[in-house]
Design a protein around this ligand. Structure first.
Ligand code: PBG
Length: 323
């Protein structure tokens, strides 16, 4: 009751504000997505992701070292697969000498302690640009899951610490867990994209990896953005199937989902601030319409506030400068 309680008293100096800050960001919050291409000495710009690049294998070691020196402990690998290696079986995804498998090796070699996380989904390998095997215009579930489980084991064999299925097929976490156990990869973690929405925010990423769906959309496997309870069900099932970390994606528009999950489960939650979110901030800042750095930090902090323990973000390197 006024004036005994004055809420502003708690904000009256910078020292007090620091002491009372409820959440902090540290480099341990970040997962850095890396886009890898065949070739050498390639640092290819991505038009819709200014300041972000596709890197060839030979540049990965120095990149990993630079990130490690900035206290980054985790990278999430994505590959851009040559057109002639794409098909409707995901065969190339299982190639022990494939781009992903080689990239894992390069990074583990350069910085053994760096946590290497890998994208497990067929879209970069699919001639249809879909996350699964296509039959009669439909994305099959169980056949896809078989390939994903083999793919996860292949990544573990190459040295991955964490496999991250981003495909949203049913039952894939269980199959992946079973096959990892069978192959004695007891300590390989599964970070499951458990609440992944069918989102137009992925546009720039699909440009980066040349992985846009060739027909239709991804709405039979990714979630409807009108749904909230469904995120709970999807996540609960993934946890039951053995997910070690669950993920919500995209980021800022889905903070309610992160908070729901945080209130319901005790499994660590990762948020993915996706390519379209990065593009929007870069574009507005380039026009001089908003303050890039301040908005970036405000957005990243909002993930912590919502309840995320990890944030996959294209801003990680830039953000670390402000911590
Ligand atoms: C593919 C995948 C996508 C992203 C991560 N893994 C795109 C998609 O589902 O179409 C998007 C990441 C981003 O936009 O930054 N399985």
């Amino acid at each position: 009751m006024y004036p005994i309680h004055r809420n502003r008293r708690l904000r009256s100096s910078s020292s007090l504000r620091s002491l009372l800050q409820e959440h902090q960001l540290t480099p341990n919050d970040f997962i850095v997505p890396l886009f890898v291409v065949e070739g050498s000495q390639l640092k290819e710009p991505i038009a819709s992701m200014p300041g972000y690049f596709r890197l060839s294998l030979d540049l990965l070691a120095s990149k990993a070292k630079a990130l490690w020196n900035k206290d980054i402990k985790a990278v999430l690998l994505f590959v851009k697969v040559a057109e002639q290696l794409k098909d409707n079986t995901g065969k190339e995804a299982l190639n022990p000498e494939g781009l992903m498998q080689k990239a894992i090796g390069v990074i583990k070699n350069a910085v053994p302690e760096m946590l290497v996380m890998t994208d497990v989904a067929l879209d970069p390998y699919s001639s249809y640009g879909h996350d699964g095997i296509v039959e009669e215009g439909k994305i099959t579930n169980d056949k896809t899951v078989s390939v994903l489980a083999e793919m996860a084991v292949s990544h573990a064999q190459a040295g991955a610490d964490v496999v991250a299925p981003s495909d949203m097929m049913d039952g894939r976490v269980l199959r992946i867990r079973e096959q990892l156990e069978e192959a004695s990869f007891h300590d390989t973690l599964i970070m499951s994209y458990s609440a992944k929405y069918a989102s137009a925010f992925y546009g720039p990423f699909r440009e980066a990896l040349d992985s846009a769906p060739g027909f239709g959309d991804k709405k039979t496997y990714q979630m409807d953005f009108a749904n909230r309870d469904e995120a709970f069900v999807e996540t609960q099932r993934d946890i039951e199937e053995g997910a070690d970390i669950v993920m919500v994606k995209p980021g800022i528009a889905y903070l309610d989902i992160i908070r729901d999950l945080k209130n319901s489960f005790h499994t660590p939650i990762a948020a993915y601030q996706v390519s379209g979110e990065y593009a929007m901030l870069k574009a507005a800042a380039a026009q001089g319409w908003i303050d890039h750095d301040q908005v970036m930090m405000e957005q990243l902090m909002s993930f912590k506030r919502a309840g995320a323990q990890l944030i996959a973000t294209y801003f990680a390197e830039e953000a670390i400068e402000f911590l």
